[in-house]
Design a protein around this ligand. Sequence first.
Ligand code: NAP
Length: 365
Amino acid sequence: MAYEVKIGPIRQIVGQSRKAKFLEHVEILAHGLPLGPLAWNMAYGNIPVLGAIALVLVLDVACADQTITLRNGVRMPMVAAGTFLYNNSQAEASVDAALSVGFHMFDTATDYNNQVGVGRALSKTARGEFFLMTKVPGCGEPGVRIGHCYEDTKTALSKSLQLLNVTFVDAVLLHTPPTPALLLRTCTPICDMIRSQWQAMVEFYNSSRTRAIGVSNYCDSCMGCLEGEHSLGETPMINQVMYNFGMGSHWRGLNDTAHRLNLTLQAYSPLGSNLMHNLFHESLAKDPDAIRIAAAHNRSIFNLALKFITDQGIPLVTKSSNPVHLKDDLDLWSYRLTRNETAILQAKKSPFYESMTTYMCSQWK
Ligand SMILES: NC(=O)c1ccc[n+]([C@@H]2O[C@H](COP(=O)([O-])OP(=O)(O)OC[C@H]3O[C@@H](n4cnc5c(N)ncnc54)[C@H](OP(=O)(O)O)[C@@H]3O)[C@@H](O)[C@H]2O)c1
């Protein structure tokens, strides 16, 4: 006899011979959750029926917390491990480490030049047990020539599958708007490039080589190029943008757009990014309110910075090569911030963001 159970994004077929292993897995999971140990002890102690019901409820709440459902019904983990700035062997090692501490989602990109390493690490795991996201370059970036946005995007998409050594990915994004947007500070005059790239994305999706499609670093004017473009069949399901503790309320405009277009906003560089990591260490990690709130929950300041994002219902991609840090980054589900704490953190604005527009977006109207 076999039965099927869904835990977060993972679908496991569990047979008799694997029952003990499965129960051990459930026990470990339950013990990491509020009221989990109580439910577990009831289920396997003197109140089995009530305990089993409590256990199902506790696990259900936890699972609901750990994934987010995209517009097309695909469930995406709330926390992903990124690979920005890693070469192939570093990416392989970091994905291996992330898998070993319980990550199920991984983020890479054509531009990171490490898809082979990511694929190598994931080849040791069953395909149904991980969510793989990659990105193809915006038109004008290396590999996708202006004037050839459609056909070069198609080529980049196929090449990603080849490098990752998979037959499908779970999500693929256009990494940036076309490069002229950087100079023009708007996407409006280059909507045709965006639509050409998007057409290639929709075809890729329709041929089942990805389970979801989206964009990244798309400001409102760029999203506007695809809004109402029903002739292309699909609009973006995800917009991956920079969002971290210290950005003040600027991100809310993008969040409003995401709600209006029924797409999922996903945060990258939730710890202030590698490039700006010193900034996080020097200012936000020393913020007295953040230190107080983290201490009140007995958490690291890094854990708090991630929790601040997921508590708002926003999924994120972080990154670490250190298994201790990776473990810390996943430990977000057994506590909640109060509204007051979230409000205090939301109001924090790092001096860095006073002089730089968040996500490079605010001037791209
Ligand atoms: N779409 C885009 O344009 C875009 C742009 C940037 C990033 N991304 C994606 O988002 C991912 C994350 O962004 P990011 O790489 O900028 O980094 P990030 O998550 O903001 O910060 C990563 C840094 O934080 C440290 N860290 C992580 N967890 C920690 C912990 N618990 N305690 C202490 N330090 C911790 C890591 O150092 P250690 O290694 O020492 O732990 C690493 O240097 C990228 O890797 C990439 O996949 C996308």
